[in-house]
Write a protein that binds this ligand. Structure first.
Ligand code: MG
Length: 396
């Protein structure tokens, strides 16, 4: 089998990859809906993979993997990798999880990091009220993640939240030492959310990046009695193009609160110091950023050798990304906690794909499906209506 074309269309902001073959089998991949600008980057790889056998996934990936990088520049490579597995599965008439070694669980736990309601304000009561709404969601999530600190509007709306100048570009660029008042505000909001959830639903906190080491240690210690699931991306993370494992090690050694990072990291090589230095307790790679499904599986196995847990990221990965997350999560070792459940954006995405269960999530679990490949395919008639004029030939 040979690859005959690599195409990319932007569907509701999401770069969608389509790989076609001379056997008439096609495969799809998807990158986060936050990254519509990736289309030329996806197409850059076209000439590198044309004529290759897509069922030799790793052999194809050797041709493009070193031309990617940290988030967002690993996304195009990752989405192509997903599409290759989709083809390989369809060619073998097997779900992708079988090609990764088989499933070790029939249903995969997911957590809520994408199903949101607007916060009415930045006071503890607003966080409590918002958390109560999320806890009532029909998915009955076992774990809910909320943004706080630099990963929230607290720095904008609270006077004197931190020292130093704010750039006001995006939350990923903020950084600084918190004032005592700002710090106490963060802790008060966490306490208010815990009050709502009790020990019934786990609370995870997406914190930054941008925290200083001393503030992060102070925060981790302040919440030690609250059984927080994890503190995510405090020092570095999200779009930070480096890891600073030695700073994370200082933090992780100082506290019993689990420390988490990794959504922005591309390839196993950048997880190596985190694992070998025991610098964190949990990592959250995203299959649409790390370099793909198999890369995530490999990293999870290596994490497990070091006693490090897995909570993969996925908030913007969309429905093809969801399929990739389900396939790989079914195969991860038992250091797996849950992945971040992506909701479709915009809503019409639910009408343009076939193959998802209804409801998708029951009691915080998704039952792993058995259809060949990723098991989620486009309804081309419905999807075509949403193609931009320049993408009109995407399904042809
Ligand atoms: Mg995050």
């Amino acid at each position: 089998m040979q690859i005959t074309d690599l195409k990319c269309a932007i569907l509701g902001g999401s770069p969608v990859v389509r790989i076609t073959t001379d056997a008439g089998i096609e495969g799809y991949g998807q990158a986060e809906h936050f990254k519509p600008y990736l289309k030329p980057h996806v197409l850059f790889y076209r000439d590198f993979i044309l004529g290759q056998d897509p069922t030799d996934v790793e052999r194809v990936m050797l041709r493009i993997r070193r031309l990617g990088s940290f988030k967002p520049w690993g996304s195009a490579v990752s989405a192509i990798e997903m599409a290759l597995w989709d083809i390989a599965g369809k060619a073998a008439n097997l779900p992708v999880y079988k090609l990764l070694g088989g499933k070790v669980r029939d249903k995969v736990l997911v957590y809520n990091g994408a199903l949101r309601f607007p916060l009415a304000g930045q006071e503890p009561g607003h966080y409590a009220e918002n958390m109560a709404r999320m806890a009532e969601a029909r998915e009955n999530f076992a774990i809910i993640k909320q943004g706080i600190g630099f990963h929230s509007s607290m720095p904008d709306e609270l006077d004197g939240f931190s020292y130093g100048e704010r750039l006001g570009v995006s939350h990923q660029t903020e950084r600084g030492l918190l004032t005592e008042r700002g710090f106490n505000h963060v802790v008060a909001c966490i306490e208010a959310m815990k009050e709502v959830l009790g020990d019934r639903v786990g609370l995870a906190l997406d914190c930054g990046p941008g925290w200083t080491v001393p503030d992060t240690i102070r925060l981790a210690k302040a919440v030690e009695g609250m059984h927080i699931m994890w503190l995510e991306d405090t020092i570095t993370g999200d779009y930070t193009p480096y890891v600073l494992a030695e700073l994370y090690r200082e933090l992780t050694r100082s506290t019993s609160t689990p420390i988490h990072t990794g959504e922005q990291i591309y390839l196993r090589q950048h997880f190596k110091p985190l694992f070998e230095m025991q610098a964190v307790n949990i990592v959250g790679p995203d299959p649409a950023d790390i370099g793909g499904i198999a890369e995530l599986k490999w990293v999870a196995e290596y994490a497990d050798l070091h006693g490090i847990l897995m909570a993969p990221h996925g908030t913007g990965d969309g429905l093809i990304g969801l399929a990739a997350l389900v396939q790989v999560a079914a195969t991860l070792p038992r250091n797996y906690i849950a992945f971040e459940y992506p909701v479709a954006r915009p809503d019409w995405w639910y009408d343009i794909v076939d193959g998802l269960p209804d409801p998708i999530v029951e009691n915080s679990y998704i039952t792993v499906w058995d259809r060949p490949g990723l098991g989620v395919t486009f309804n081309k008639t419905a999807a075509s209506k949403h193609l931009a004029p320049e993408d009109k030939d995407f399904f042809n």
